[in-house]
Design a binder for this molecule. Structure first.
Ligand SMILES: *[C@@H]1O[C@H](CO)[C@@H](O)[C@H](O)[C@H]1NC(C)=O
Ligand SMILES: *[C@@H]1O[C@H](CO)[C@@H](O)[C@H](O)[C@H]1NC(C)=O
Ligand SMILES: *[C@@H]1O[C@H](CO)[C@@H](O)[C@H](O)[C@H]1NC(C)=O
Ligand SMILES: *[C@@H]1O[C@H](CO)[C@@H](O)[C@H](O)[C@H]1NC(C)=O
Ligand SMILES: *[C@@H]1O[C@H](CO)[C@@H](O)[C@H](O)[C@H]1NC(C)=O
Length: 166
């Protein structure tokens, strides 16, 4: 094998490896949010894996995100905060917060920013315009609490029904 072709092969290998790494990184970013599919049946998600109403979410800049997509995009998604106990900021949302966006990411319109507590007493609901909703939970570096349990469902009610009555 010539010196040139060996070099070429080595170069190709490096290029392939780089492309491969970039693809893997991209895939990781895409999968960063937990993907949920909303259906006409009530389902729930929780703030942390060990959630049971007593166990606290992890301390120290814990964050988690959910992308809820409706089975069909022409209906809305309604989430209901069933249980929600975050670090107490007396309703000022200074520390640990939940953001709900009307789309697939944080660039979409903000529907709700909450730290629960006395300003947003459970249960309360948030509804998307279309079949996509992005929920982001971020905490600061100290103090954890019990966290939350939220239900999500695909809603047929809020849909613009002009087409249904034809
Ligand atoms: C939640 O889990 C913790 C740790 O396993 C346990 O000590 C606690 O009793 C559980 N609470 C409930 C309500 O099940
Ligand atoms: C959390 O973030 C703050 C501010 O960026 C940083 O100072 C702190 O070290 C972080 N703590 C942990 C446990 O990662
Ligand atoms: C919503 O979309 C689904 C799938 O595309 C379709 O079958 C259904 O008829 C649509 N419903 C309305 C009310 O437009
Ligand atoms: C993020 O959201 C914006 C606004 O809804 C949307 O235009 C954009 O396509 C989204 N980006 C991705 C990567 O989903
Ligand atoms: C339903 O759609 C029609 C036509 O686009 C629009 O004029 C009307 O405002 C919509 N109604 C609601 C409740 O969104």
């Amino acid at each position: 094998m010539s010196h040139t072709s060996t070099l070429l092969m080595a170069h190709t290998a490096v290029v392939c490896l780089t492309v491969f790494t970039v693809i893997i990184q991209k895939k990781d970013n895409v999968n960063a949010a937990i993907q949920l599919t909303a259906t006409p049946y009530l389902q729930t998600f929780v703030s942390h894996d060990t959630y049971n109403g007593t166990t606290y979410y992890p301390e120290g800049n814990y964050s988690r995100e959910w992308l809820i997509t409706g089975q069909t995009l022409n209906y809305t998604i309604t989430i209901e905060f069933i249980v929600c106990v975050l670090e107490d900021a007396k309703g000022n949302c200074l520390f640990d917060e939940i953001f709900v966006y009307d789309g697939t990411n944080a660039s979409a319109a903000l529907l709700k920013k909450t730290c629960c507590g006395h300003l947003d007493t459970v249960p309360f609901t948030v509804q998307s315009t279309y079949g996509e909703m992005y929920v982001l939970f971020v905490t600061d570096n100290t103090v954890a609490r019990e966290g939350f349990r939220i239900s999500y469902i695909l809603e047929y009610t809020k849909y613009n029904r002009t087409c249904d009555h034809k």
